[in-house]
Ligand binder design. Structure first.
Ligand code: HPA
Length: 275
């Protein structure tokens, strides 16, 4: 794996002169942020050595290098999900390549369902902790010490300083935002009412099908992490649940995408000023 990471990173270095400090993974319906990247250089996943092949025809996905709010970034437009059939190692490979290219901070976004009565569809939730119920782990197998330690700590998986900055940005801009716990399930089906109830009772605030594998690998690699859920549907209390299609999810996420973009750009702007 180590050699494959280096090959992918060397290939990308030959294609772009951008040296990214921040990696961004854009979730379902949240790809619009790449349009704000200045001096954008795009590289299709299919051209990158050892990148997972896309399972969805016509949605190959691409890496976009450039500057956002004055900070060098590399963004994944299109992420890989466990439910598509990738192994955890495959779907987190791009995060390891980010690290090899010098990325220090990973920003992750996703669409998620609320299991907290106070968190409404259209709200943002800054992830302060997670529960992994995907029943698999990207670090399973022999550990390569060049990539990280065998038993990475997860106490401050989500950077406390960035959480504070994000909350301040949301408040200053009148954006409804919360802090909470993300629980990751395999999907691809949404949850039954009994499962939403269970997620609520175990301490989750939102439910989704991604993010946790990438965060585990980023922390293994020693990267800082900021992650945010865009709430696409409210599924608690269970007496209020409505049927939800993927189109419903994308529509609601689209409405809140601008708020996400604003928070991310102001966070990056703050980093630039810190130097
Ligand atoms: N459950 C799981 N994943 C999701 C949901 C949900 O309710 N909404 C958007 N992604």
């Amino acid at each position: 794996m180590y050699e494959q990471i280096q090959e992918a990173a060397n290939f990308l270095r030959s294609k772009t002169n951008v040296k990214p400090k921040v990696g961004i993974i854009l979730g379902s319906g949240l790809g619009g942020l790449v349009n704000d990247i200045e001096g954008a250089q795009s590289i299709g996943y299919q051209d990158i050595p050892h990148f997972p092949a896309s399972t969805v025809k016509g949605h190959a996905g691409k890496l976009v290098f450039g500057e956002l709010a004055g900070v060098t970034v590399m963004a994944m437009a299109g992420r890989f999900h466990y439910y598509e059939g990738y192994s955890m190692q495959q779907l987190t490979f791009p995060v390891r390549v980010m690290k090899a290219l010098g990325v220090e901070l990973l920003i992750v976004s996703n669409a998620a369902g609320s299991v907290n009565a106070d968190i409404e569809a259209g709200d943002l939730m800054f992830i302060r902790d997670h529960i992994n119920l995907q029943a698999d782990n990207p670090l399973r197998g022999p550990n390569d010490e060049r990539l990280g330690v065998r038993f990475p700590d997860m106490l401050h998986a989500y950077d406390p300083a960035l959480l504070d900055q994000a909350s301040a940005i949301a408040q200053a801009n009148g954006i409804r935002a919360h802090r909470g716990v993300y629980v990751a399930l395999q999907g691809p089906n949404l949850e039954t009412p009994a499962e939403y109830e269970f997620m609520h009772r175990i301490g989750a605030d939102v439910v989704g099908m991604s993010t946790v594998p990438e965060v585990i690998v980023a922390r293994h690699a020693g990267m800082r992490v900021f992650a945010v859920s865009v709430v696409s549907n409210k599924s608690y209390p269970i007496s209020t649940i409505k049927e939800t299609s993927h189109e419903d999810v994308l529509e609601m996420v689209g409405k809140a995408a601008e708020n996400l973009s604003l928070v991310v750009k102001e966070l990056l702007g703050g980093m630039r000023n810190e130097g």
